[in-house]
Design a binder for this molecule. Structure first.
Ligand code: NAD
Length: 354
């Protein structure tokens, strides 16, 4: 491990750019050398927070003490900022979605390769604890084999900010939140996506989607339902998963949740019929007492290191990236298939992510 800290300049000192300064400060291996933003007010905010505000991007690129550019601008300018960084011999950390299309991302990875520099995409939600609990259940069969996963994020605040409303800037919820939820699923599920169907919602009247639902069928039989909504005044659970031996739920970011499994010890008891609505049902009656066991969620699966520590190891040549570019490319291609499925109202089967 190198004894000196790796210097980073954050390009785009908005919401996420300023959050990165906090996260980098918490990590001992990296150091913020300054920021650059097109807006004067954001440059002043950077100075006020104690970070040098460069006057231009050219000035950042010409500074030999800057090793890495962290791109936290709107999505439509990620590519041009990254290409200029590689020409200047800098490494790049880029926010998600890394690019407007899979073709753009291929151009970025080729430029990184020709320059012999690292390009790592900030798919930070692989480290989310809720996701890692589900990954633990998937990897270790806590409730048997998981065969259906429902991954949702629901808000009631509409699409935030300005550029997220514009198609030309890479707005919309599929690119914004979809890229996280799909990245998690493809990182976890060790099987190819066989088919995709989807629908986008435009309830708020924007030119970009304010939410979507996608159904992914994997070759190993696993089905995933991914849903993002920004007009949900009552939220559904963050995760609802079904396994061959039970069911799991994670309600929220605080990890309120539980797993319920079949009690193997108990003899098979018939449930008692209940009145349901105006009818009578045994099928939908709760299981008999003792027929199931309710337990706490398992501990989260561990990832080797944090995003930033992993980045430092990668540029020092001592580790493989946890977020690998071929994986990022696969997610972008999947997003393109989801857009196509929604547009044509067809289940898409003949797409090539691999
Ligand atoms: P934002 O609008 O708050 O900030 C963007 C900033 O970039 C603005 O200050 C703007 O002036 C500046 N900017 C625009 N073009 C520029 C350019 N060419 N050069 C320099 N500065 C420029 O947006 P945000 O919410 O911070 O999102 C920024 C990026 O971060 C997006 O790609 C978004 O998807 C991503 N993001 C990631 C996460 C995550 O958890 N990984 C969370 C939020 C946002």
């Amino acid at each position: 491990m190198s004894s000196h800290k790796h210097t980073i300049v954050i390009v785009g000192y908005g919401g996420m750019g300023s959050y990165h300064t906090q996260l980098i400060e918490e990590n001992g291996r990296l150091e913020v050398a300054g920021t650059f933003d097109l807006l004067e007010e954001r440059r002043s905010a950077s100075e006020a927070a104690g970070y040098t505000a460069y006057a231009s991007y050219e000035e950042v690129l010409a500074d030999p003490k800057v090793g890495t550019i962290l791109i936290a601008t709107p999505n439509d300018v990620h590519k041009e900022i990254a290409l200029a960084a590689f020409r200047a011999g800098k490494h790049v950390i880029c926010e998600k979605p890394v690019a407007m299309s899979s073709d753009e991302f291929i151009e970025m990875t080729q430029a990184a390769e020709s320059a012999g520099r690292v390009l790592m995409v900030h798919q930070n939600r692989r480290w989310d604890e809720d996701f890692r609990v589900i990954k633990e259940m998937y990897d270790h069969g806590t409730i048997g084999s998981l065969f259906q996963l429902e991954s949702r994020v629901h808000g009631a605040n509409g699409i935030p900010g300005d550029w997220r409303h514009m198609k030309a800037q890479g707005g919309g919820m599929l690119l914004d939140w979809g890229v996280h939820l799909l990245d998690q699923l493809l990182f976890m599920i060790d099987s190819k996506v066989a088919s995709v169907s989807s629908s986008l919602s435009f309830i708020l009247g924007n030119e970009v989607d304010d939410g979507f639902e996608a159904v992914l069928q994997f070759e190993n039989g696993v089905k995933a339902i991914v849903e993002v909504g920004t007009t949900n005044f009552i939220t559904l659970p963050r995760w609802y998963v079904k396994g061959t031996e039970g069911t799991g739920v994670i309600e929220d970011w605080s990890l309120t949740g539980r797993i319920v499994t079949r009690n193997q010890e108990s003899e098979k008891l018939e449930p008692t019929p209940i009145r349901a609505g105006v009818g009578l049902t045994k099928t939908m009656a709760p299981p008999s007492e003792g027929a199931t066991i309710t337990e706490a969620l398992p501990p989260a699966a561990e990832l080797a290191s944090s995003f930033y520590t992993n980045f430092a190891d990668v540029i020092e040549g001592t580790a493989e990236p946890i977020v690998k570019n071929p994986e990022v490319l696969r997610v972008l291609k999947l997003i393109e298939a989801i857009f196509a499925a929604a547009e044509t109202n067809q289940t898409i089967k003949d797409f090539d992510l691999y």
